[in-house]
Design a protein around this ligand. Structure first.
Ligand SMILES: [Zn+2]
Ligand SMILES: [Zn+2]
Length: 137
């Protein structure tokens, strides 16, 4: 099996890349944290990020990351994240519904009119790669 080798951004270990940008150990750790957070949020649907972080012992930043990744949603998190475009409160992802719609529309406006050959590619939001993550001991 050919896995390309990478450095784990969490612990710096070299590992065989399998589709996730973390070494198996950190991935397992993150998965555990995710499960813990998810379980807590399920049992406490109104809990805010701060409360969840306190109760689970998992960093707020980590919880926010799950939110941004769209893996976690809870009405208790309403108002935690802001749309990166207009600052509206959102519960997950990076943009609010309105902005997603507007960006869609403006992409279409920018495209030359009456050009039948134009093929608007769906804009894939450029994810910030290599966002610094750190753990406090
Ligand atoms: Zn690692
Ligand atoms: Zn917005």
């Amino acid at each position: 099996m050919n896995a390309s080798l990478r450095n784990c951004p969490e612990c710096g270990r070299i590992f065989g890349y399998m589709g996730r940008n973390l070494c198996p150990e950190c991935l397992g750790k993150e998965e555990n944290e995710y499960m813990t957070v998810r379980k807590y949020v399920r049992d406490h649907p109104g809990a805010g990020v701060f409360e969840v972080a306190e109760a689970t012992g998992i960093e707020e930043e980590k919880i926010l990351q799950f939110l941004r990744d769209g893996r976690l949603q809870s009405r208790g998190f309403q108002g935690t994240l802001e749309c990166e475009r207009c600052g509206n409160k959102i519960t997950g992802g990076r943009y609010c519904e309105a902005c997603r719609g507007q960006m869609d529309a403006s992409i279409r406006q920018v495209a030359p009119p009456r050009n039948k050959t134009q093929e608007a590619k769906p804009a894939s939001p450029a994810r910030k790669k290599g966002e610094k993550m750190y753990t406090k001991d």
